[in-house]
Design a protein around this ligand. Structure first.
Ligand code: ADP
Length: 503
C-alpha cells in the first residue's frame, strides 16, 4: 500500500490484515499510542506526534517512557514526572482510565491540554503486555471554558442586574445583582415574561427595545422605571444588546440594568436646592438694588450740601475736614454705583447708550484723566496709528479702562510703571494694561472675573469689593468683546480686552 495525502492505493488483501488498523490509527483525528508493559513506546500515530511536538524513537530504552511528550504538567500547572502520568498508573495498577486531563509541554515551551483514555492490554494468559492510549487536544475548548467561567464570574459578581431574554420576552438568565435589585430568585423568575419587571404604563417600551435588537442595534443608558417583586418602582438605566447564536442569528437580548433611584433622588434634591438658591439670589439681588437706591438719595443730598459748604469756606482752615469728607463720600458713591450696576447686570437690565466713538480719542482722554489723579505711577501708552471707530457706550468703556488701570496701580505699590497698549487685528482692537506688581496666583485666574471674587491671602491694605472686574468684563461682553488676563505671582499682571472695530 502507498499513502499519499489525498489518495490511498491498497492491495486487495489489505482490508483483512493488521495494516488496516494501522491505517485507521494513522488517519484518526486523535492521538493514539501504545507501550509495552514497561512503558516503552511501541507505536504512535501522526496526530500523537503532532500533539507531542516530537517523534520519539520506538522501543528505545533511552527514550522517555509512558508518554512521548517532552514534559507533562498537572492541572494546577506544576510539573508531573512521566512515571506518575495516567499511562504509568494504568500499567502499574492494570486499570483503565477514562477522560483524564493532562497538560503536555512541548520543546518550544507551548502547552496543550489533552483528554486521555487508557486501557491496559493483556495477553492470552491474562498477563499484562502493554497499554493503549487515545488522547485528544482540548486546549481551545478549555480556553473557551475558562473565558466563559471568567465571564460568568463577572456577571455573577456584578452589582448591576444582568438579564438575558428571548425575543418574545422569556427570561433565560438572571444574576445575583438582578436578584438583589428585583427580589426574585433565579428559580422564581427564569421562564417568566420580562413584562413582570415592567410597570404596565411602560410596557410599550419593550416592543421598541426588541425592534431595535432585531435590527442588530444596541440601546444605551435608557432611563426608565422598573418594578420589583414587592411592587416598588425603581429608577433604572438600561443598556441592551442583541444576543446571537453560533450562526450569527439574533436570538435574544442581554440587559444590564443599574438601579439609579438614589442618583435620581440626589439629582432631584440638587435641582430643588438650586431652585431655592436661585430664588434666594433673586431676593438678595432685589435687596441690593433697593438698598443701593435708598442709599444713593441721602448721599446725593450730603454731597450737594458738602459742595455748598466747600464754596462758602474758601479760606477757612476747617475746609480740610470738608474736603476729606467729600473724598469719602465720593468713594461711597462709587461703591453704591458699582452695587447698582451689579444688580442691573444680574437682572439683565444694564442699559448701554451706544454711539460711534473714535477709539484713540477715548483712550487718550481716559488715560490722561487717570494720570492726573496719581503721582505714584507713570502710565506709558502706545496708541493705534490711524482712526479706529468703535460702537459703544463711552461712559461704560471709560469705566472699564478706569477699573483696569486703577487696579494695575493699586496692586503694584512698589513699581512706578503701567503700560497701556492698543493693537488692531481681524476687525477688533485689543487693549492690554500691564503692571509689575503683586501678580495673581495661577489657581485664582479662572475666577478673577466672577462676582465678589477677591484673591485670598493678599494684605488687607489692598481694599476692594471684588466687583470691579465683574462689571468690566460684563460691559466688554455687552460690547461683543471679551476680557482675559495673564499673570505671574510677584512679577505682574496684564489684563486684556477686545472690542469689535472698523478702520
Ligand atoms: P477689587 O475691588 O477687589 O479690586 P476687582 O474685581 O477689580 O475688585 O478685582 C478682583 C480681585 O482681582 C482683586 O481683589 C485682586 O485680588 C485681583 N486683582 C485685580 N487686578 C489685579 C492686578 N492688576 N494685580 C493683582 N491682582 C489683581
Amino acid at each position: 500500500m502507498s499513502l499519499t495525502t489525498d489518495r490511498f492505493e491498497i492491495e486487495e488483501t489489505f482490508l483483512e490484515g493488521e495494516e488496516k488498523y494501522k491505517l485507521l490509527a494513522r488517519l484518526m483525528p486523535v492521538g493514539v499510542f501504545s507501550t509495552d508493559k514497561d512503558g516503552l513506546i511501541t507505536f504512535y500515530n501522526e496526530k500523537a506526534a503532532e500533539l507531542w511536538g516530537r517523534r520519539p524513537k520506538l522501543n528505545d530504552p533511552e527514550e522517555k517512557r509512558f508518554c512521548g511528550s517532552w514534559r507533562l504538567f498537572k492541572e494546577d500547572g506544576t510539573s508531573m514526572p512521566h512515571n506518575q502520568c495516567p499511562m504509568a498508573k494504568s500499567l502499574r495498577y492494570k486499570k483503565s482510565f477514562r477522560n483524564e486531563e493532562i497538560c503536555i509541554g512541548r520543546a518550544d515551551n507551548s502547552r496543550i491540554n489533552a483528554l486521555v483514555n487508557i486501557d491496559p492490554l493483556f495477553g492470552l494468559h491474562g498477563q499484562l503486555v502493554g497499554a493503549l492510549n487515545v488522547f485528544r487536544d482540548i486546549t481551545s475548548l478549555k480556553n473557551k471554558q475558562k473565558r466563559r467561567n471568567r465571564l460568568a464570574a463577572i456577571v455573577e459578581s456584578s452589582r448591576d442586574a444582568i438579564i438575558s431574554q428571548t425575543l418574545d420576552g422569556k427570561i433565560i438568565s438572571w444574576n445575583k445583582g438582578a436578584e438583589k435589585i428585583f427580589g426574585y430568585t433565579n428559580k422564581e423568575i427564569i421562564g417568566k415574561n420580562i413584562n413582570v419587571l415592567i410597570p404596565p404604563s411602560h410596557h410599550h417600551e419593550e416592543s421598541f427595545i426588541i425592534e431595535k435588537i432585531k435590527n442588530d442595534e444596541s440601546v444605551e443608558n435608557f432611563e426608565t422605571i422598573r418594578l420589583t417583586k414587592d411592587g416598588r418602582e425603581i429608577n433604572s438605566s438600561l443598556t441592551i444588546s442583541p444576543v446571537k447564536n453560533d450562526l450569527g442569528e439574533i436570538i435574544g437580548a442581554s440587559k444590564i440594568l443599574r438601579d439609579i433611584t438614589d442618583k435620581v433622588k440626589v439629582e432631584n434634591q440638587l435641582r430643588e436646592h438650586a431652585e431655592k438658591l436661585r430664588e434666594l439670589n433673586i431676593y438678595k439681588d432685589e435687596f441690593m438694588s433697593m438698598a443701593s437706591h435708598e442709599l444713593k438719595t441721602p448721599l446725593t443730598v450730603i454731597k450737594a450740601n458738602l459742595q455748598l459748604l466747600e464754596m462758602q469756606m474758601a479760606n477757612d482752615p476747617r475746609k480740610n475736614f470738608v474736603d476729606t469728607t467729600m473724598k469719602q463720600v465720593n468713594k461711597m458713591s462709587h461703591l453704591i454705583s458699582d452695587l447698582l450696576d451689579v444688580s442691573k447686570m444680574q437682572a439683565g437690565r444694564l442699559h448701554l447708550n451706544s454711539t460711534i466713538l473714535d477709539f484713540n480719542e477715548l483712550l487718550n482722554e481716559t488715560v490722561e484723566n487717570i494720570q492726573h489723579t496719581t503721582t505714584t505711577h507713570k502710565i506709558i501708552k502706545t496708541n493705534l496709528k490711524g482712526h479706529f471707530k468703535i460702537q459703544g457706550d463711552r461712559i461704560r468703556l471709560e469705566q472699564v479702562l478706569f477699573n483696569v488701570i486703577n487696579n494695575a496701580m493699586k496692586y503694584s505699590p512698589s513699581s512706578k510703571k503701567i503700560i497701556v497698549k492698543a493693537d488692531y487685528s481681524k476687525n477688533k482692537i485689543i487693549v492690554s494694561v500691564q503692571d509689575f506688581g503683586i501678580g495673581i496666583p495661577a489657581e485664582n485666574l479662572k475666577m478673577i472675573f466672577s462676582r465678589f471674587f477677591k484673591v485670598k491671602g493678599i494684605p488687607s491694605t489692598f481694599s476692594g469689593t471684588g466687583i470691579g472686574l465683574y462689571i468690566a468684563s460684563s460691559i466688554i461682553k455687552r460690547h461683543g468683546g471679551k476680557m482675559w488676563v495673564e499673570s505671574e505671582l510677584n512679577i505682574g499682571s496684564t489684563f486684556y480686552f477686545s472690542i469689535p472695530s472698523s478702520k
